[in-house]
Design a protein around this ligand. Structure first.
Ligand SMILES: Nc1ncnc2c1ncn2[C@@H]1O[C@H](COP(=O)(O)OP(=O)(O)O)[C@@H](O)[C@H]1O
Ligand SMILES: [Mg+2]
Length: 342
C-alpha cells in the first residue's frame, strides 16, 4: 500500500526572546496506510512539535516552518491555509493528548462534544449524530453508554476520559490518528487497556496511528516501526523487533536500558542515560548525542552523522557504522576518521 504521510526534511523553529529555538532539525519518516508507528525519545526532543506540525497546531506568532514538507496523500500540509486545515483536522487527521482535561470542555456533556465533532464535518441530523455518538462510546468501551452519554467530563474517571477523547477523535473516521503520550498520565493497568483499545480500533477501522511516547516499553505491543528522536533529529528508525534486538544507535541502546522489564531482578538498577540533551537555542555542530555517548569518537564532535541504512530496513545516524570505525576495536581506531566536508 502507498504512503499516507511523508515527512521530508522537516525543520521547525520558534522565534523567542532568547533567540531561535531549533526544535525540529531535519526529520524524515513515512507512514503507510493502516500502519502504526511510534515516535520515541526523551522529553524535549521534538516529538510534540513534529506531531503538531502535521496538524498545524503550533502558535502561528512564533513558529517558523523553515524547510521541508509534510505530504498527506501527496499534498503538502504546510502549504495549506488555516481554512484548509480546519477541514482536515478531526475529519482526516485527529490528535489526542496526554491530558484529556485540556481538550475536553468541562462545561459540556460528553455526548454533546462527540455530536459537535460529528456535525462539524457531516451534513446529518442531530438525531443521527446522537446515535453515532452512542455507537462511538460503545466502541471505545464506556460502560452504560446510553446513561454516560449525558454526563460531564468530571463524572468520568481518568481512563474513561481518555476513552471519550478517543471517541471524539475517531467520530469522523479519520485516516490518521496522532496519539501524543495518550497514556502517560494513567496508571499502568488503565494504560494497557487504552493501548489495547487503540490497537482494536486500528484493526477495525484501518486507521493509521502515530503513537508518541517517551517510554519504549509501551511500543512493542502496538507498533510495527519505531522512529527514535533526539535533539530534534531522527537518530534511528527500525522495525520494533530490530530495534529491541539490535539497536544501532547508542541513544536507542540507552533508552532500552532504562525501561523496566517484567522479569527483571529488582536489585538490578535501571540505567538512566546520564546527562541532558543539548540546548536547542544553540545545538552542537557535531552529533547531538556526543556529550552523553559512551562510544564517542573524535569525529563525532564536529560532524553530525546522517541517517543511513545499516541493515535492511534499519537506519541509524551514527559514526560507529562508518567503515573506518569497524577496522579497529570499534572505539580507538575510529578516531582516525577524518571527514572532508564543510
Ligand atoms: N511554543 C514554543 N516556543 C518555544 N519553544 C518551544 C515551543 N514548543 C516547544 N518548544 C521547544 O521545542 C523543543 C521540543 O519540544 P517538544 O516537541 O514539545 O518535545 P517533546 O519531545 O517532549 O514532545 C523543546 O526544546 C521545547 O522547549
Ligand atoms: Mg511532548
Amino acid at each position: 500500500m502507498g504512503n499516507l504521510l511523508e515527512v521530508k526534511d522537516l525543520h521547525v523553529s520558534f522565534q523567542t526572546y532568547a533567540g531561535e529555538v531549533k526544535a525540529v532539525r531535519g526529520v524524515n519518516f513515512e507512514l503507510k496506510e493502516g500502519e502504526t508507528i511510534a515516535i520515541v525519545g526523551e522529553s524535549g526532543c521534538g516529538k510534540s512539535v513534529t506531531a503538531k506540525s502535521i496538524m498545524k497546531l503550533l502558535p502561528t506568532s512564533s513558529v517558523r516552518y523553515k524547510q521541508g514538507s509534510i505530504e498527506f496523500y501527496g499534498k503538502n500540509l504546510l502549504a495549506n491555509s488555516e481554512k484548509d486545515m480546519q477541514r482536515i483536522r478531526g475529519k482526516q487527521i485527529s490528535m489526542i493528548f496526554q491530558d484529556p482535561m485540556t481538550s475536553l470542555n468541562p462545561t459540556s456533556k460528553i455526548g454533546n462534544q462527540i455530536i459537535e465533532a460529528i456535525l462539524r464535518h457531516n451534513n446529518i441530523s442531530r438525531k443521527e449524530a446522537f446515535n453515532k455518538a452512542l455507537n462511538m462510546l460503545e466502541l471505545v468501551g464506556i460502560p452504560q453508554a446510553s446513561k454516560r452519554i449525558h454526563q460531564y467530563p468530571h463524572e468520568y474517571s481518568g481512563g474513561m476520559r481518555q476513552r471519550a477523547m478517543i471517541a471524539i477523535a475517531l467520530a469522523c473516521n479519520p485516516r490518521l490518528l496522532i496519539a501524543d503520550e495518550p497514556t502517560t498520565a494513567l496508571d499502568v493497568t488503565i494504560q494497557a487497556q487504552i493501548l489495547e483499545l487503540m490497537k482494536e480500533i486500528q484493526q477495525k477501522m484501518g486507521t493509521s496511528i502515530i503513537l508518541i511516547t517517551h517510554d519504549l516499553g509501551v511500543v512493542a505491543e502496538m507498533c510495527e516501526r519505531v522512529v527514535v528522536m533526539y535533539a530534534g533529529q531522527v537518530v534511528e528508525t527500525a522495525s520494533v523487533r530490530d530495534l529491541y534486538q539490535k539497536p544501532q544507535h547508542p541513544y536507542t541502546e540507552g533508552l532500552l536500558k532504562s525501561i523496566p522489564k517484567l522479569n527483571m531482578d529488582k536489585k538490578q538498577p535501571l540505567a538512566p542515560i546520564i546527562g541532558t540533551p543539548p540546548d536547542l537555542l544553540d545545538p552542537p555542530k557535531g552529533c547531538p548525542f556526543f556529550a552523553r555517548c559512551e562510544y564517542a569518537m573524535n569525529v563525532c564532535k564536529n560532524h553530525n552523522p546522517e541517517l543511513e541504512e545499516v541493515s535492511p530496513g534499519q537506519f541509524a545516524a551514527c559514526w560507529l557504522h562508518h567503515p573506518m570505525a569497524k577496522q579497529g576495536d570499534g572505539k580507538g581506531k575510529a578516531n582516525a576518521i577524518t571527514i572532508n566536508r564543510n
